[in-house]
Design a binder for this molecule. Structure first.
Ligand code: SF4
Ligand code: SF4
Length: 389
């Protein structure tokens, strides 16, 4: 494993962090995976108050003698804070779940802008952080972020943060906070943790043939995931890259890549490959949805991430395949979940870290995916699968 030094406190952090949002359901298997990763040198584990069961499972495994070998990062959801006492209520719930009495890296989760931060200030977050730091219950305070560059820079300047976590990958080099945001934060001495290195899997699965061909014909043979990780670790500003790992195979492969990685190792030929791939993908991705689910549930039952996923796959997989997938995925439950159920209430939009105009996009999804055949086909599928019972 390779390590990078946190310039704030000299912590040695593994370049590969274990993202704990999507643990597999088999807890025994998760335990094996976590312990294996720790034995191989992974020492940064990222979870959150809102990730279902994640803190509890992580806490259970780490309590078996591993707590002191790792740094725990977890997060407080700002929208759950209505009064000062809520800070402690959430924080102590997290300590209990994680079976620890301190958090190494504590984040305000998905801080969208200074307006929300100022609301937390009015509720007393400055005093609260000061107290927690004094007691040693929070070692480093930071925030996670998904929005645009300008708001990110304002947030970086709004408080003496000790680290930050943001979405970054080669397709988002100039989107969201992007490379400028990363350089700004690193320039202020913040360790930068990165999430969505594979853009919710979009950079590795169902790739267009042209992209596969670029990677297949590259001067060095690497998987698309390996290229995507190496692009991040090539940059000195990146401290830890989180990967939501939920299979032993994936963990082993990511650890191998992380162990071979170097800063500033890319050649012009490497960068040229990314240029080609980005050009192809940029043309094909219609909606920059990462499938994070923060917009859910929709009061009308629309399965927003699934609708976008099928819509995006249309260019990549072709109309017929993606429409078939759309019908299956929006019809295989008791109630329908398709895009045309959207009534444009926009309740989902403020939760979207990608700032997607979901209601507008739903109109486009409806048009593209729900022709005259959609409803009769859905009726048929439900009959065949006995979902109408
Ligand atoms: S705008 Fe549409 S998709 Fe979003 S919550 Fe409202 S009905 Fe659901
Ligand atoms: S629409 Fe936005 S909030 Fe919803 S899953 Fe996609 S990226 Fe996440």
């Amino acid at each position: 494993m390779k390590y990078r030094i946190n310039p704030q406190n000299q912590d040695e952090l593994s370049v590969l962090g274990f993202g704990c949002m999507r643990f597999s359901r088999d807890e025994k298997e998760v335990e094996k995976q976590i312990i294996y990763a720790i034995e191989q040198g992974v020492n940064y584990f990222d979870t959150a108050y809102i990730y279902p069961n994640s803190e509890v499972v992580l806490g259970r495994v780490l309590s078996k003698g591993y707590r002191e070998r790792v740094k725990i990062a977890t997060k407080m959801p700002p929208y759950s804070i209505k009064k000062y006492e809520d800070f402690d209520r959430i924080f102590f719930t997290e300590l209990k779940r994680l079976q620890t009495d301190y958090i190494d890296y504590y984040l305000i989760h998905m801080l969208p802008d200074t307006t929300v931060w100022n609301r937390l200030i009015r509720l007393g977050i400055h005093d609260w952080i000061k107290e927690k730091k004094k007691k040693g219950q929070i070692r480093n305070i930071g925030f996670s972020y998904h929005g645009g560059r300008d708001e990110f820079i304002q947030l970086v300047d709004a408080y003496p943060w000790e680290f930050c976590l943001l979405q970054y990958n080669y397709l988002d080099e100039n989107r969201q906070a992007g490379v400028e945001g990363i350089k700004y934060a690193a320039g202020k001495g913040l360790p930068v943790m990165v999430m969505e290195p594979l853009r919710g899997g979009k950079l590795v699965t169902n790739l267009p043939k042209e992209v596969e061909s670029v990677w297949n014909n590259a001067h060095v043979k690497r998987s698309p995931a390996e290229w995507a990780f190496k692009w991040l670790w090539n940059q000195p500003e990146v401290t830890v890259v989180l990967s939501g790992m939920n299979s032993m195979e994936m963990i082993k492969e990511n650890i191998r890549v992380a162990s071979e990685t170097e800063i500033n190792a890319f050649t012009d030929a490497d960068f040229n490959l990314f240029k080609q791939v980005k050009e192809i993908l940029d043309k094909k991705i219609k909606v920059p949805c990462t499938g994070c689910n923060y917009c859910m549930p929709c009061p009308m039952g629309v399965d927003i991430p699934t609708c976008f996923s099928c819509y995006n796959d249309m260019e990549i997989e072709g109309k017929l395949a993606s429409r078939g997938k759309y019908i299956m995925q929006t019809s295989i439950k008791n109630k329908p979940h398709n895009a045309s159920l959207c009534v444009k209430c926009k309740k989902c939009e403020s939760h979207c870290p990608q700032n997607i105009k979901i209601s507008e996009e739903m109109t486009k999804v409806t048009k593209a995916m729900e022709g005259v055949t959609y409803k009769p086909l859905r009726f048929l599928i439900k009959k065949v699968m006995r979902l109408d019972k």
